[in-house]
Design a protein around this ligand. Structure first.
Ligand SMILES: [Zn+2]
Length: 160
């Protein structure tokens, strides 16, 4: 059995191969997807039932998050299980298991984005920052909501 760290590295490498390069925002997407998988208890073919609504600024590097999510969840633009909306700054993703009425909303802490912005402007390499993000705890990175209200108020079709 691979441990958590080893599967994380595999997921990061898979995302890198889809995305074409390795960077911290790609890894944020990978970790959002992994957290959703863990929290929603997804394994085996339950993946086929997962849908994602991602809201973030649709410019790089923020949009790199989308490829992290696509590579790790197999919810893609092409299979219509990933929906994307532009935002002015906030970065969130709603993960929803259709048949089971389970949902999880992950918000990326703005403090984390500020830290990355600063490090990148100081010339820190994308690769190095990617592994820094890989090593961070989910608590440091995300705020998570799992309440029932998500399902009622934020269905995939009417989220704004
Ligand atoms: Zn990128």
């Amino acid at each position: 059995m691979l441990d958590e760290k080893e599967t994380l590295i595999l997921d990061v490498r898979k995302a890198e191969s889809l995305h074409g390069h390795l960077g911290p925002f790609l890894v944020i997407g990978v970790k959002m997807a992994r957290l959703a998988k863990k929290t929603l208890n997804i394994n085996g073919n339950k993946w086929l039932d997962l849908q994602v609504l991602a809201k973030l600024p649709l410019i790089t590097p923020f949009s790199c998050i989308l490829d992290g999510i696509q590579a790790t969840t197999q919810c893609t633009v092409g299979n219509r299980r990933l929906k994307i909306k532009n935002s002015n700054g906030a970065i969130t993703a709603l993960f929803k298991l259709k048949s089971q009425d389970k949902a999880l909303k992950i918000h990326v802490k703005s403090r984390l984005i500020e830290m990355l912005r600063k490090q990148l402007s100081m010339g820190m390499s994308n690769e190095k920052l990617a592994w820094t993000i890989a090593d961070m705890s989910e608590d440091e990175m995300f705020e998570v909501k799992t309440d029932k209200a998500l399902l009622e108020n934020n269905s995939m079709t009417n989220v704004h």
